[in-house]
Design a protein around this ligand. Structure first.
Ligand code: AFP
Length: 356
């Protein structure tokens, strides 16, 4: 019988699940990245291990939507953003607190769902790191069983936060030492960087482990996808409308928008293109929050060879003046982000008084 290699087009042979690959867990991968077992390296490995545990707990809960109470529907309160809080927002926020509270790794957790940072109680071991996170990004998708995500970044505490205002968090994105997201979709994917490339893991439910899927992801220089909520068209400035008219009139562009930043960003990271959430007349600074949505993804995309801009400056250069600061976001392939920025620049040339 001819072996597969004899035929002109050998059938796709699914690679054996190597034992070594199954053992490349997230924590081990971090140590491999750092090529070190120093205390700092061990801390970072442990931090990422905690993130993975939070992701597993949230994924497990989401998989029971509709058959377990506390997954679908609203919690009946509003968060600091003035947004109606979903039950999963509350649960996921508490998961991150529970997972890190006794870890001895962090001193604070700052979340989209909490007005002020959560300080680790004095009867718990206190660490020198801060976790900033959006526990459930895209919670509007939960009740429709569509993709949602968690976004996170890790920063080191600087100085003594004696006032409890966490002012040392109000620094630009270059202060992030790790960042990433978890995408709860057909499979649960964790993507992270510690400044040495972007790496993706898939949760193997049979193992209960995130297993290495791809290393050193690089975003294409250009892609066909533009991802934006065109329902806001008439609330945008002229530059954004010029860009949208351009992609409508030119071949080779396709619109994709899921309502969950993580989901739309993941597609663009793999296939190229651009995601936009510009400022609007109602929200001139845009909707997305800098510290725990835009900056972590900006760190990732820059590590993957892409770019993230507010339209006038790099997202990771922005110094926030408050914990929940919002910024406009244009993120993705360098060529596609540059094209959007060119429309902003053209408008500014034509009308220097135009703030866009
Ligand atoms: P929710 O978490 O309230 O669903 O908001 C999701 C999000 O912050 C981000 O994930 C989406 O890209 C964006 O908002 C969608 O906002 P619009 O519904 O205004 O397009």
């Amino acid at each position: 019988m001819a072996t597969p290699t004899d035929s002109p087009n050998p059938p796709f042979i699914i690679p054996e699940r190597s034992l070594d690959r199954d053992c490349t867990t997230l924590s081990r991968h971090v140590l491999q990245q750092l090529q070190s077992f120093s205390p700092d390296a061990q801390d970072l490995s442990a931090l990422m291990g905690r993130i993975a545990l939070a992701g597993k707990l949230i994924a497990r809960r989401l998989s029971c939507a509709g058959i377990v109470d506390g997954v679908l529907g609203f919690a009946g309160s509003e968060n600091v953003q003035g947004e109606a809080v979903k039950k999963m927002d509350v649960y996921a926020n508490e998961v991150f607190i529970s997972v890190f509270k006794q870890s001895g790794l962090v001193c604070r957790l700052a979340s989209e769902e909490m007005d002020e940072p959560y300080y680790i109680p004095e009867n718990c071991p206190i660490g020198r790191y801060t976790l900033v996170y959006d526990p459930i990004d895209g919670s509007g998708n939960i009740d429709a069983n569509l993709n949602v995500g968690s976004i996170f970044a890790i920063r080191q505490q600087e100085g003594e936060d004696t006032t409890g205002e966490a002012k040392d968090l109000l620094q630009n994105g270059h202060k992030q030492i790790a960042a990433g997201y978890i995408l709860y979709g057909a499979s649960t994917i964790l993507v992270y960087t510690i400044g040495q490339g972007v790496h993706a893991f898939t949760l193997d439910p049979s193992l209960g482990e995130f297993i290495l899927w791809q290393e050193n992801l690089q975003i294409p220089k250009h892609g066909s996808v533009y991802s934006v909520n065109e329902g806001n068209f008439w609330q945008w400035d002229d530059a954004m409308r010029d860009y949208i008219r351009y992609v409508h009139r030119h071949e080779g562009y396709t619109g994709r928008y899921s309502g969950a930043l993580v989901s739309d960003f993941h597609r663009i990271l793999l296939q190229g293109g651009v995601f936009l959430y510009p400022g609007t007349t109602k929200q001139p600074e845009g909707k997305l929050r800098l510290l725990y949505e835009s900056a972590p993804l900006a760190f990732l995309v820059e590590q993957a060879g892409g770019h993230a801009s507010t339209g006038t400056q790099a997202v990771n250069d922005v110094v926030p003046n408050k914990l929940h600061q919002r910024t406009p976001l244009i993120i993705g392939s360098v060529e596609d982000v540059a094209l959007v920025e060119s429309f902003i620049h053209d408008r500014q040339q034509r009308d220097p008084s135009d703030p866009s």
